[in-house]
Ligand binder design. Structure first.
Ligand SMILES: Nc1ncnc2c1ncn2[C@@H]1O[C@H](COP(=O)(O)OP(=O)(O)OP(=O)(O)O)[C@@H](O)[C@H]1O
Ligand SMILES: [Mg+2]
Length: 326
């Protein structure tokens, strides 16, 4: 009997250590209803959502327009309160909203910048608001501006900044107080391919330096490149949380493009589509379901074909959500 009580106690202690030590924040059955005028129907933006983001993770927050991503992020930032349920933060982030603010870096969906300030003045102002020492602000600003190629513009008025430059400045402002948790609402939107790559590299850099990152997007491949874990919302409901590779692998919609130089066509049931890539050379391109990949390649080799290219086509957000539902 005594052994069982001790055993139970140890399990309780272990679970509380595990919980306090690992999870940066947790949603426990959170719902959010938006109310308009009294004659309007309530709108349920989040419906009983439970999720968890562990310390040191980079978690992608995936969902179509209107899925409830920004609503969730506003709840994390305490800009709005849930209608029911609760959010629990790790003690590491502080004991109240004010303390937590100094440990969370936030990049909003629609950031606002004071146009009459220069980039340097703006970051200096935010750093001071966050009680960061002047010398440290300068040091961090120099580091981030160099990394994000914004040094040249720091002494220009913000009103002259391009969209990509504003994104970079917003990102620096989210990091000027060296936060433990970084929450970003669509940080890659509106960036060109080079900008996207730089941002993704920066997120990887932050993650390697032990930061916890939670960022929303509706682009599966962006999230796949940076995150191991993904949380998927649809119409306010949690659809999935877990490994992104498992989610993508699970998806039978994942298919391959295989380019082959061949004289004879493989059996039709081994591929979804075929098209001539280069008629004069006898090169064809096939779209093949992942589950049939081995059979298809064996058939090609049997027919004496030469495999020139094999690429994986990732499923889109719509395909992933369709798959989870069915
Ligand atoms: N203040 C509000 N009042 C009423 N409805 C709202 C309010 N804010 C958001 N909503 C509704 O809640 C739903 C979720 O909105 P939210 O902004 O969280 O979506 P999102 O996933 O961030 O979408 P997007 O990808 O377009 O940014 C939407 O249908 C939206 O119209
Ligand atoms: Mg949004």
């Amino acid at each position: 009997m005594f052994v069982t009580v001790v055993h139970l106690f140890l399990i309780l202690v272990y679970n509380s250590i595990k919980w306090n030590g690992r999870s940066m924040f947790k949603f426990k059955n959170i719902s959010k209803e938006y109310k308009g005028h009294f004659w309007e129907k309530k709108f349920v933006a989040l419906d009983n959502v439970s999720l968890s983001v562990d310390e040191g993770e980079v978690v992608g927050f995936l969902g179509a327009n209107g899925a409830g991503k920004t609503t969730s992020i506003k709840i994390i930032m305490n800009f709005i309160s849930p209608t029911s349920g609760e959010i629990v933060f790790d003690k590491k982030l502080g004991n109240n909203t004010v303390e937590r603010f100094s440990n969370i870096g936030f990049f909003p969906e629609r950031p606002y910048f004071y146009p009459h300030l220069t980039g340097r003045e703006f970051i200096g102002y935010l750093g001071q608001l966050n009680k960061v020492e002047r010398s440290l602000i300068e040091k961090r600003l120099a580091f981030w501006a160099e990394k994000l190629r914004l040094t040249f513009a720091l002494d220009r008025k913000i009103r002259s900044y391009s969209k990509g430059m504003l994104q970079r400045l917003g990102f620096i402002s989210a990091n000027i107080h060296d936060p433990k948790l970084i929450v970003l609402d669509e940080p890659l939107s509106g960036l060109d391919p080079v900008g996207r790559k730089e941002f993704k590299d920066t997120l990887k850099y932050l993650s390697e330096n032990g930061k916890t990152i939670f960022f929303s997007s509706h682009i599966v491949s962006d999230i796949e490149e940076v995150c191991k874990k993904v949380i998927v919302l649809e119409s306010g409901k949690l659809m999935y949380q877990g490994s992104i590779s498992e989610l993508i692998e699970k998806d039978s919609h994942t298919y391959l493009t295989i380019r082959v130089k061949i004289n004879e066509q493989p059996a039709k049931d081994l591929y979804l589509k075929s098209q001539i890539f280069d008629q004069s050379q006898g090169i064809y391109e096939y779209e093949v379901e992942k589950r049939l990949q081995d059979k298809f390649l064996t058939e090609i080799l049997k027919l004496g074909g030469n495999i020139l290219f094999l690429g994986v086509i990732n499923p889109t957000l719509e395909e992933i959500i369709y798959k989870i539902k069915n």
